[in-house]
Design a protein around this ligand. Structure first.
Ligand code: ZN
Length: 467
């Protein structure tokens, strides 16, 4: 392979294209074409999310793409936060529309007017819905596949509750879902409570999940927001409680975007290309016949094997005639298929399969008659190994820093003491180019001194140059 992960940016750009995830040549900035292999990964992830959300009692909906301007502008902070990023539809044919229509950048303002019609009494609560749709944001910065795009494949869950406590419990549940989800993607993350000036527009608070790319830069891959009653007041979403009192509902949202695919590419891949966790790989196993003089028999045995394990795993039989086995090895390594089975004359004779792991590049011989369970074990082991390796690598991408100079000098994410003031955060931004990710919520602080002003504090936080 002619690209090296040492130059991460170049490596990333090459891998997303060469492995068949996207075609970047579509003539609108920040809008890429999903190719079959990339779309298959996106669909696997969507299905995983659906399965998880259903098991936590959410229902799936689909709201329209277009949002009338007056409806969009009802929550003041929200419109202030998103105003500059919205694409507008202003004409129908040649005639100007009475009210311009926004292409949803997210769907609060599409859904909440309907919520106010759906919800009448406490019996209608909790309301727990989600949708998986495309959202649009007018990015003016440099775009990058999966990480910064203008058309975003997006999961969003929206909930309504009777009280602040119930909304808080929903955020806890979101964290539980998030953990299961990331285990399946083998992705490591840090949950950070964003500083007030960096929270979602209209939220009471935002918890973001950040992972760290091999470039040493943090990437936000998921968010959970507690809105309190900010939106329900603006959209008049009220319910009648058991005692006949009317009150506004408490709301939360939970969002995940195609950025998780960028994280999978960046976190797991190597100089040969992608490495996909078995739980989300479109193909978990690829069978490559090594044909010699006994060609017909090997093809026949390969098909038999395909039918046998294909009922249990997602399997591809690569029986393309016009490519050498060597080329096929290279091709499927680039695409990150977790397990490759080579089937040649010697394997047939010895009644074994030669199996190659994508994560460790190790080759293993397994008995033909026990292959189903052996493959299962190896896939499970790959999943666990990728997860462990990714968490360890992320730890290595964080270093302590005690001063602005140390933060500026470091190519990694820094763990610092921070007094919590906006002024110190701004100085970090201005003097080091890194931003405060917020207070980690699963980690206790120890006494120390703010890396900027020297004030004693127990607050620790992560800082990094976010994507
Ligand atoms: Zn300070």
């Amino acid at each position: 392979m002619e690209f090296s992960k040492k130059d991460f940016n170049e490596w990333y750009n090459e891998v997303v294209e060469k492995s068949g995830l996207v075609d970047k040549r579509y003539p609108v900035k920040g809008m890429n074409v999903w190719l079959p292999y990339g779309w298959a990964i996106a669909r696997r992830i969507d299905e995983l999310l659906r399965e998880l959300m259903f098991s936590f009692n959410h229902e799936e909906v689909y709201f329209p793409l277009l949002i009338p301007k007056d409806q969009f502008a009802k929550e003041e902070e929200h419109i202030r936060g998103f105003g500059g990023e919205v694409f507008w539809v202003e004409k129908g044919g040649d005639s100007p529309l009475d009210i311009p229509l926004a292409l949803r950048p997210t769907s609060e303002t599409a859904m909440y007017p309907l919520f106010s019609l759906w919800i009448r009494t406490h019996g209608d609560l909790p309301l727990k819905i989600f949708q998986i749709v495309n959202v649009f944001r007018y990015e003016t910065k440099q775009t990058r596949v999966f990480l910064r795009v203008r058309e975003i494949h997006f999961f969003e869950a929206h909930t309504c509750h009777r009280s602040y406590e119930e909304a808080e419990n929903q955020i806890k549940e979101d964290r539980e879902i998030w953990k299961i989800f990331c285990d399946r993607l083998a992705l490591p993350y840090i949950l950070n409570k964003r500083p007030d000036w960096d929270k979602f527009a209209g939220a009471d608070y935002t918890i973001a999940a950040d992972t760290i790319m091999p470039s040493g830069r943090p990437l936000q891959i998921g968010t959970m927001h507690n809105y309190r009653q900010n939106f329900s007041r603006a959209y008049n979403i009220m319910f009648l409680d058991e005692n006949g009192n009317r009150d506004y509902v408490h709301q939360t949202t939970f969002g995940i975007s195609e950025r998780v695919i960028g994280a999978i590419v960046g976190v797991h891949g190597d100089d040969r290309g992608l490495i996909l966790p078995p739980d989300i790989a479109p193909y978990q196993v690829v069978i490559i016949p090594i044909v010699g003089e006994d060609k017909e028999r090997i093809i026949e045995e390969s098909k038999r094997l395909f039918l046998e394990i294909g009922g249990k795993y997602r399997v591809k039989l690569d029986d393309r005639d016009n490519y050498t086995p060597g080329y096929k090895f290279y091709d499927w390594e680039l695409r990150g298929v977790p397990l490759r089975i080579e089937l040649g004359p010697r394997d047939l004779k010895n009644n074994v399969l030669t199996v190659a792991r994508r994560d460790t590049l190790e080759r293993i011989t397994v008995p033909r008659d026990r292959c189903i369970e052996e493959i299962g074990k190896i896939l499970h082991d790959i999943q666990e190994n990728l997860k462990k390796r990714a968490w360890n690598n992320m730890e290595d991408l964080v270093e302590r820093a005690e001063s602005l100079e140390e933060i500026a000098k470091s190519q990694k994410v820094n763990l610092i003491h921070w007094c919590g003031s906006e002024e110190c955060a701004r100085r970090i931004d201005q003097e080091t180019g890194k931003n405060v990710l917020g207070i980690p919520i699963e980690r206790d602080g120890t006494p120390g001194r703010c890396a900027v002003c020297g004030k004693e504090t127990k607050n620790i936080c992560y800082v990094g140059k976010s994507y």
